[in-house]
Design a binder for this molecule. Structure first.
Ligand code: XMP
Length: 509
């Protein structure tokens, strides 16, 4: 396995994903990881990520220099290269010009790192302010660009390699080959990390850990909790008990689908609690988005706890925590500002005195989807768009009432139906309807109408951190609008949201 030491680059997760895509297991750890822990991890290779700092900053993140003396191959990327140079006695200086964007690199020495890569005019992606002007002793220049006399360097004898550009981004077309060269030719890794092997080994590990105890799992119908449930069911069968809370704020048909798939098809022990009345009761008169989230989050815990208390002898609670959440919480950077408090079940395990089981905490989202396929989950669930915990409540701007829920539920179902029919569902990150708190005048037949407005939201994104509005075909938008206005009583106007995130957000509340 490979160890990635993170110096704060926005691309660190991409490095990990590229390596995993080559079927080699890797983990990201903060650059402050001490020498003993690095040794204990026993990596076949180490990657030093890029980062926003300069080695000359007074508080620049450093690295225990002995990490470079372990005899383990190291690949420094961007800041990782500058740090390697700085620590080993080379010279790093501020470049006269920041180099940002595409660049052409000439390869002088086709060592193992550049095997199967062109030698001239290799397209790469640069993003740096400092550059290497003096090599550390023992190093040779492997490649250069106009602005970087050392675009890549190595001390092959010590297996230390470094590149100034970013092989992990798609704008460096030869990046995959370069990373593969590092993994397979320099580190001697074998491509054994597959989701099939993951499923096999985690089933075994889950059986070992759980023994004869019982595990509780909150099923939401989303990809992560679905995969957790089916994986655990494979491992421990009837010792798994799932609870699905229907808060009445779900998409049309959602509760039925969950029952059909998990109880009928997979034969998992499943309790479905219909708490619609409780949720709607507490939401009465509430219009503030954060207030809605709090009420829904708290009531969810209440309902879940009450249901769980009926099940005796439960020791574990299973959750669908993913690797990006884990990295986020170990990163050496502070957490970013709260824009919206995302509802999750964070407080549950402590209150319920249950031990946590997180079988997916090593996986990225695309890997979770592959595991889902491996386990035979239907494609509809595997490719399902993210759906917020507070559900339709934060898509009904203003007060949530049964009537407004009906309107939004019906409009939303039409959006999804039409998207699927036009093969657009998988092309967008999320698509949904929002019910606005305004009414507009219309004319139907010869009658004046004064009814509600539905906004259509469809975005493209890779991680929900940034998003852009989807350029859906006009015809598709037209069909959706037509159907909503004709079929959903109470709506006489549909508008399309063309804002990007930032400065807007994906949801309206
Ligand atoms: P925003 O609206 O912040 O959404 O751009 C980013 C992603 O997070 C989802 N989202 C939520 N998920 N509870 C959740 O579980 C929430 O309260 C919540 N608010 C937003 C949103 O659907 C999008 O995928």
């Amino acid at each position: 396995r490979i160890l990635i030491l993170d110096f704060g680059s926005q691309y660190t997760q991409l490095i990990a994903r590229r390596i995993r895509e080559s079927h080699v297991y890797c983990e990201i750890h903060p650059c402050t990881m001490d020498l003993a822990s690095v040794r204990a991890f026993s990596p076949k290779g180490i990657v030093l990520s890029g980062g926003p700092s300069s080695v000359h900053d007074p508080d620049a993140p450093l690295l225990d220099k002995e990490v470079l003396d372990l005899g383990i191959p190291v690949l420094g990327i961007c800041y990782g290269m500058q740090l390697m140079t700085h620590l080993l006695g080379g010279r790093v200086e501020k470049a006269e010009q920041r180099e940002y964007g595409p660049a052409l690199v000439q390869v002088d020495e086709p060592t193992a790192l550049f095997q199967d890569i062109e030698r001239e005019d290799v397209r790469v992606w640069m993003s740096h302010g400092d550059r290497i002007l003096g090599l550390p002793p023992g190093f040779r220049v492997l490649a250069r660009s106009d602005n970087s006399p050392v675009a890549a360097m190595a001390d092959a004898g010590r297996s230390l390699y470094a590149v100034q550009f970013h092989p992990e981004v798609a704008h460096t077309p030869c990046g995959r080959t370069l990373l593969d060269n590092f993994l397979f030719h320099i580190c001697g890794c074998k491509p054994t990390w597959t989701m099939k092997s993951f499923v096999e080994s985690s089933i075994e590990a889950l059986r070992d850990r759980v023994g004869r105890d019982r595990v509780l799992c909150g099923l939401s119908g989303g990809v992560d909790s679905s995969v957790v449930a089916v994986l655990l069911h494979k491992a421990i069968g009837d010792q798994l008990q799932c609870i699905f809370v229907n808060n009445g704020l779900l998409r049309k048909g959602e509760a039925e689908t969950v029952e059909r798939v998990f109880r009928d098809h997979f034969e998992i022990n499943l309790v479905v609690v219909d708490a619609t009345d409780q949720f709607l009761g507490r939401l009465q008169g509430v219009t503030d988005p954060e207030q809605k989230r709090k009420i829904i989050g708290n009531l969810f815990i209440e309902v879940f706890e009450k249901e769980a208390a009926k099940l005796e002898g439960t020791r574990y609670l299973a959750q669908g925590t993913l690797y990006p959440d884990v990295i986020e919480s170990v990163s050496f950077k502070g957490p970013s500002a709260t824009i919206k408090t995302h509802h999750n079940v964070g407080g549950l395990p402590e209150r319920m005195k249950l031990e946590l089981i997180e079988p997916l905490r090593e996986l990225f989202k695309d890997e979770v989807r592959m595991v889902g396929r491996e386990l035979g989950l239907p494609e509809r669930i595997i490719m399902r768009h993210p759906f917020p915990g507070p559900g339709l409540a934060i898509r009904i701007i203003g007060e949530v009432t049964p009537e407004r829920l009906r309107i939004l539920g019906e409009a939303d179902a039409i959006v999804l139906e039409e998207l699927e029919a036009a093969n657009w569902y998988d092309r967008v990150w999320q698509a949904f309807a929002v019910l606005l708190p305004v009414r507009s005048v219309g004319v139907m037949g010869d009658e004046r109408t004064y009814e509600q407005v539905v906004a259509l939201r469809a975005v493209e994104s890779v991680d929900a951190m940034t998003a852009d509005w989807a350029r859906m075909p006009y015809q598709l938008m037209g069909r959706i609008s037509n159907r909503i206005i004709n079929e959903v009583a109470g709506v006489n106007r549909v508008v399309y949201d063309i804002s990007s995130k930032p400065p807007s957000t994906i949801e309206w509340e």
